[in-house]
Ligand binder design. Structure first.
Ligand code: GDD
Length: 364
């Protein structure tokens, strides 16, 4: 019986892939090749899915010891291959680009945790900043017709007044943002001085069930579920007052792709336009799980208390505070709406519902 279902599953999948391939072939467009660095991360997962659906051949650059058990790329159907390479190893970047000869590159590789960047500033700036200079040099020398997307970030704005858009000043508050600023300027330089089609996507926070456990949204979702299931006694967080503009990664990768399909390369902000505090995100998650909380105390003495029995659900530790904080990020993506027809489609509430459903699924 199992063998029968396995054979049927294989036939259906193979047929679907062939049909997709034929539709691309007959549309007169030859398969485009995309290279995604950092393919094993959250955005790599959603972008790979999107590009395969569009009939691309996808090449992923990955580090020697990268773990991809969280993103399940191996389950994806389509033309996908992997290449070993590292942003700190220029020869590897040159080789991958020369071998693949991509039409489009999406540079998603980074040390992407802002908090960790304070502990590893040199590594972070090397990978997030100087690594991008190396990659751009390799593109310019080995595949100059290739279009280049750089994963920029709203962290570049630091504490510039909200709402932030393409004209807001960059005031980096972390080694992470310092590195990303190096990359941002390198992209501008290669675009203006050397004629590369290179763009910066300045993306605000975007989450999903594939989000790493160290980022606050996933930490809250998985922590609250662990509390509900009695696997954990308390959720410990840092600054609850920080406000972020949280969207869904599936929407944002569509914007990345659109940026590379324009006649003229240009940088764009992608954001939902709606911001909320970490505190409110916590309240919403606990409410969906049917265990509402209230807050008491101030600063690092603040606690989230279960309404039902008065037990402590959330407490605060200075260990999760950052040496300097970006307080309010709220994006204005009206330029992307006007030029690309892009806007965020998935609401924060639906994002929370999806993350909870997925995390519950892991612990049934
Ligand atoms: N990670 C984490 N853990 N953050 C916490 C915690 C905690 O326990 N408690 C409070 N926070 C606060 C952080 O201080 C920050 O203000 C906010 O929650 C969000 O933190 P993260 O989820 O780690 O994301 P981020 O905003 O620092 O960075 C993310 O978004 C950027 C775009 O704005 C990352 O995806 C970056 O790579 C991305 O560039």
């Amino acid at each position: 019986m199992i063998l029968y279902f396995a054979v049927v599953h294989w036939c259906v999948n193979t047929l679907e892939y062939k049909l997709r391939f034929l539709s691309v072939a007959f549309s007169g467009e030859w398969m485009k090749k995309a290279l995604i660095t950092g393919i094993t991360g959250q955005d790599g997962f959603y972008l790979t899915k999107l590009l395969l659906d569009k009939g691309y051949s996808v090449h992923g650059m990955r580090q020697a010891l990268a773990h991809d058990d969280r993103v399940h790329l191996q389950d994806m159907l389509g033309d996908i291959s992997f290449h070993y390479g590292d942003m700190s190893d220029e020869a590897s970047l040159q080789r991958v680009i020369a071998d693949v000869q991509p039409d489009e590159i999406y540079n998603l590789a980074a040390q992407s945790h802002v908090g960790i960047s304070f502990s590893m500033p040199e590594y972070t700036k090397n990978v997030n900043g100087h690594g991008v200079e190396k990659l751009l040099r390799a593109v310019y020398e080995r595949a100059p017709k290739c279009r280049f997307y750089q994963a920029g970030t709203s962290e570049l704005f630091g504490n510039a007044p909200a709402p932030q858009n393409e004209n807001s000043p960059f005031t980096p508050e972390s080694p992470y943002a310092e590195g990303k600023l190096i990359a941002h300027n390198a992209v501008l330089n290669y675009r203006k001085a050397k004629g590369l089609y290179a763009v910066n996507g300045i993306l605000f926070n975007h989450e999903s069930p594939k989000r790493g456990d160290d980022f606050v949204t996933q930490k809250i979702v998985k922590g609250a579920i662990a509390l509900k299931q009695g696997r954990q006694t308390c959720l410990t967080l840092g600054n609850l007052d920080a406000q972020r503009d949280w969207g869904h990664a599936a929407d944002y990768v569509e914007g990345m792709w659109l940026m590379l399909q324009q006649d003229t390369p240009r940088d764009y902000v992608l954001a939902s336009g709606v911001s909320c505090s970490v505190r409110l995100f916590v309240e919403d998650v606990f409410a969906v799980l049917g265990m509402p909380i209230k807050w008491q105390g101030n600063g690092q003495e603040e606690q989230g208390i279960f309404l039902e029995n008065g037990a402590v659900a959330v407490n605060i530790s200075s260990a999760f505070y950052r040496p300097s904080e970006v307080h309010v990020l709220q994006g204005d993506a009206s330029l992307a709406k006007r030029d690309l027809g892009w806007s965020a489609q998935i609401s924060r509430q639906n994002l929370i519902n999806e993350m909870i459903a997925a995390a519950l699924g892991e612990h049934q």
